[in-house]
Design a protein around this ligand. Structure first.
Ligand code: PHE
Length: 361
């Protein structure tokens, strides 16, 4: 028989059978019986070996075309059977809307990030904008320009992380506070300024309330006719909003910083019951920040005329007030990267900020 005739015979027989195959098992059987090693088409192709080269080539082409045609038909039928099966399964079993959802790992917001958001919200409402600076600073910005002379104890090795001395004699430091960004701001932009500066700071220290890296938020206001009353009003508002205690008592205790004059440390009222600290009027005081009027020498170091411009500055430990507000006892846990700690002390990213809740209560 001619190759063409044989091919047509097989085509008619199998295309019909494939079309009417009722399930995947029947389809697979058909595939094997025509395309399998011992299948009909494979046998026909094997028989080509005994033909003359010319005839062999012509017949080979005919059978190859048929092979492609049958393979495509089988694939199409398989897809159709698959989706029929899926529809049947779905209508038979229905969809179980009560099935538990796949467990999802929800992340939490670190207390430092949470408190930073709260602080930014409070100071943004007072018209402050955020400024930033590098962690590696010059001795000039970190100390000298801030009126901290070389013999000042803050410069001693036990406090400050110094880098190796450069060829030109400069010794960069890991900034020991966020105050150098005061200098960066005042020397690069003209006043007035109303900025907060959050960032990482570094000191050679390690115990339950000190880690070598910690976070500060600096505030700086420079304008005409700024006085101590502005400083007090700003910080009283801040502390009451942050700790969510409307009549929180504050105490401005005289202190000393080389870059402010006069200087003060701010304490908030609290009480301790059964070893737990409660923030609000009580018999105890708790220090939360340092502040003061910007020292005229600092203004001069930045090229500002102190008779024209005045201002105040403050620096608060972000981790420290986070510990206070949220009752976290050991600072070291903040930086251990232990997920169990974060699950316990972290905040849901989807909740309203506690600050918002506290203020509207
Ligand atoms: N820089 C000071 C410190 O780290 C804090 C401070 C900032 C005090 C601004 C006064 C004014 O201790």
């Amino acid at each position: 028989m001619e190759a063409k005739q044989l091919s047509d015979q097989v085509r008619v027989e199998f295309l019909n059978a494939i079309e009417s195959a009722s399930d995947l098992a029947a389809l697979e059987k058909l595939r094997i019986s025509v395309l399998g090693k011992k299948g009909r088409l494979s046998e026909l192709m094997r028989a080509l070996g005994s033909l003359e080269p010319k005839q062999r080539q012509a017949a080979g082409m005919v059978f190859n075309l048929l092979k492609t045609e049958l393979t495509e038909a089988i694939t199409a039928r398989r897809v159709a059977l698959d989706s029929e099966q899926l529809l049947a399964d779905l209508s038979e079993q229905g969809m179980d809307v009560t099935a538990p959802a796949r467990p999802e790992q929800a992340g939490t917001v670190h207390p430092v990030s949470q408190v930073l958001d709260e602080l930014t919200e409070i100071f943004a409402d007072m018209g402050f904008v955020v400024a930033e600076g590098p962690d590696i600073e010059t001795e000039f910005n970190n100390f000298t320009a801030l009126n901290i002379p070389p013999e000042h104890p803050a410069r001693q090795m036990h406090d400050t992380f110094y880098f190796r001395e450069k060829k030109d004699g400069a010794r960069p430091v890991l900034r020991t506070h966020t105050s150098p960004v005061q200098i960066r701001t005042m020397t690069s932009e003209s006043p007035p300024h109303r900025i907060i500066i959050p960032g990482r700071t570094y000191r050679h220290d390690y115990d339950i309330t000190h880690t070598p890296m910690f976070h500060q938020l600096e505030g700086l206001v420079i304008d005409r006719d700024i006085h101590m009353g502005h400083l007090k009003g700003c910080l009283i508002d801040f502390a009451r909003l942050f700790f969510e205690v409307e009549d929180l008592p504050l105490r401005f205790r005289p202190s000393y910083f080389p870059f402010t004059e006069p200087s003060a440390e701010v304490d908030i009222g609290c009480s301790i019951k059964d070893g737990v600290r409660h923030i609000g009027a009580g018999e105890e005081w708790m220090e939360i920040l340092g502040c003061g009027m910007v020292n005229p020498r600092v203004l001069q170091n930045c090229g500002l005329d102190p008779s024209e411009w005045q201002g105040f500055a403050f620096g608060v430990g972000i981790d420290r007030i986070a510990m206070l507000k949220y009752g976290i006892r050991d600072l070291r846990g903040f930086f251990d990267c232990d997920l169990r700690w974060l699950k316990n002390y972290g905040f849901s990213a989807l909740d309203l900020p506690t600050l918002g809740q506290g203020l509207s209560r």
